[in-house]
Ligand binder design. Structure first.
Ligand code: 9D3
Length: 247
């Protein structure tokens, strides 16, 4: 898969792109990432990329011209390609969208800066607008990194085990169960004995119960979205009963 990043701050990406999993994927030719510096498409001796908003008001607006020309300079080989604008007004990026994007041949990410981008970029050039959540960032760069990270690890061969990605939290709509590794006792705290029992069915049930318990406590919104199996429904009913009797 080819990622193209259009940004005013290409240097922000260098360490990220060399990071272990992604860096290895690039070296193995599974992903190809190209940075385009929007400023190099700006005109005039000062290469200005922002300007004052028509109608007045605070803050600056990203000029459409440099972004337009940067996008035109992006190589678009045959295949499925999409232009995504990272903006606080976009739909919130989530795992289902990561899967959707992972089926593309090319993902072109435009990172907004300043108070916002000229509306004609948004409407004319972008196929989709994405936000990464309800908090204020300084620009779209961190958003682009989040999208690249989440999408690239879903591509075949990028993670070690082929199934690694589908085992993750959110893939079945629940939070993960607690994990433990050695030592068996740490600062006086023991590993739950069921995990040492060797009883795989008991361990599976314990983990499923802990997953449901956590999701119920911390992210009840996820439970509403996900279709639960009959076993999960039974566990959940029990959990809700014990919860009630504690109140
Ligand atoms: C004062 C109104 N703000 C809109 C919510 C202005 C504003 C804040 C932050 C305008 C641009 C930005 C820069 N942020 C992004 O470009 C951005 C972003 C974000 O701020 N939060 C979550 N996801 C994203 S993706 C791009």
């Amino acid at each position: 898969m080819k990622f193209d990043i259009l940004t005013l701050f290409p240097d922000l990406f260098h360490a990220f792109l060399q990071e272990s999993i992604l860096g290895r994927a690039v070296k193995r030719g599974l992903v190809d990432i190209k940075l385009t510096d929007i400023r190099s498409f700006a005109r005039g001796p000062h290469r200005v990329t922002d300007d004052r908003p028509y109608g007045g008001g605070n803050g600056m607006v990203m000029k459409p011209g440099p972004v337009y020309r940067a996008l035109q300079a992006v190589d678009r080989p045959k295949g499925k390609s999409l232009v995504v604008l990272l903006t606080p007004q976009g739909k919130t990026f989530e795992q289902s969208k990561a899967w959707e994007l992972s089926r593309l041949d090319q993902l072109i990410l435009i990172c907004g800066r300043y108070e916002g981008v000229d509306e004609r970029i948004r409407k004319g050039l972008a196929d989709m607008e994405l936000s990464i959540g309800d908090y204020v960032l300084s620009g779209g760069e961190l958003g682009a990194m989040v999208v690249i990270d989440a999408v690239s690890r879903l591509l075949p061969g990028v993670l070690g085990g082929e199934n690694s990605a589908t085992d993750d939290s959110f893939e079945d709509g629940l939070l993960e169960y607690p994990h433990y590794t050695r030592p068996q006792v740490f600062k006086g705290k023991n590993v739950p004995s069921v995990l040492l029992s060797g009883d795989h069915e008991k361990i599976r049930l314990w983990r499923r119960t802990e997953s449901l318990k956590r999701t119920l406590e911390r992210r009840p919104d996820l439970l509403k979205k996900t279709k639960l199996k009959q076993e999960d429904e039974a566990i959940l009913t029990k959990l809700l009963e014990t919860k009630k009797s504690k109140e």
